[in-house]
Design a protein. Sequence first.
Length: 414
Amino acid sequence: MLNFGRSFDVKVEKKSAEKMDATFEIMKDEMNSDEVGYYKLPANSKEIVNRVKNLKLVNFSQIVIIGIGGSSLGIKAVDQVLRAYSPNVKEILYLENSDPVSISMTLQKIKKEEALFFVISKSGATIETTSIFKTVLDYFEIDLFSTDTKRIFAITDEHSSLSHFAKNHNIEEFNIPANVGGRFSVLSAVGIVPLMIAGYDMPLVLKGAQDFAKSFFDENEYHLLEKAYYLSENSEKTPINVLFSYADGLENFTKWYVQLWAESLGKVNKHSKHVGLTPVGLIGSVDQHSFLQLIIEGTRDKTVTFIKVNDFENALSVPDITLFGIEKTDFINTQTFNTLINAQCDATMQSLIDSKVSTDIITLDKISSENIGALIMYYELLTSAVGSMTDINTYDQPGVELGKQILYKNLKKH
């Protein structure tokens, strides 16, 4: 269960109410018209779940993800946060960036005869992904005309170049819906297939997402529209949104949020104005020892959202030991680390409130598949709502495409 506590100070007046209602109708139209596909992924991906259940897999102990950005970040987010609570899941390794050192180190960890390889690219021609895939084929001397291909899976758009490659080599292929962008694709085959094969309960993740989406469209999550309105209306005064997650397992979730937020909301709007909300992902309590100083005494250009886990379901406590010279910390002896990290979250949030910094908080009652699904859907819906209120196309990425064009042009010169 997600609990939405203190919210940004939104004064619901006629103007704001009309804008929130209009945004809600736009989002309903996007969903009902199938213009934007992520809304229905929790329901539509059940077909993928059934297909995965019927796969005949070779023996494996490792899963290797070859993908970048929207093709890997969502997988990493779910994997990291649920791994400690999911016994017997398989090892997952990631080949993402073009860094030759990281690629080489990861290759050395892979056991060819125990690995399943997932090549993930919506376009089918992502240069980092195709380059690394070629390297994997060469490094492990994989024969594309033998049973080696039983260890390879392709996840891509239908009719993409990767799709044609997969069909040519009789490689198992899963498709990403054309109306689902990469950064919104974690609840599609992109995330469902490898994570479910790894052993995660993805049907429960989908259920959590579907339940939250239903609650939103049943008009039970009005706070989300209020938050979107506050962020969009104050985007010039406070253009930076900080996500402060108080759990190490949420680190990759914050990275997923950064891509979702930045790529969706940094745009030229319908009035030819450059707009956007800059995302910053932090982990408490580690980053409160540095970034908190900037938030409180630096430029007042930030809003802060806290994520807190009420019950980590781990009773580790501070030993009742007194150390010479540092007795002043003995007051925490015998208390759990669960208590400590949440007290740090509460204190940090209160310090920002006292300093007149706009804050809100999302509390998970515990780490669970359903809660992570709901949290993913919450942020996707929030992104759509903010995008609508800032008059942009939330779902394209012309800035990214421009960079790709320049990259291809420059590399062809070599």
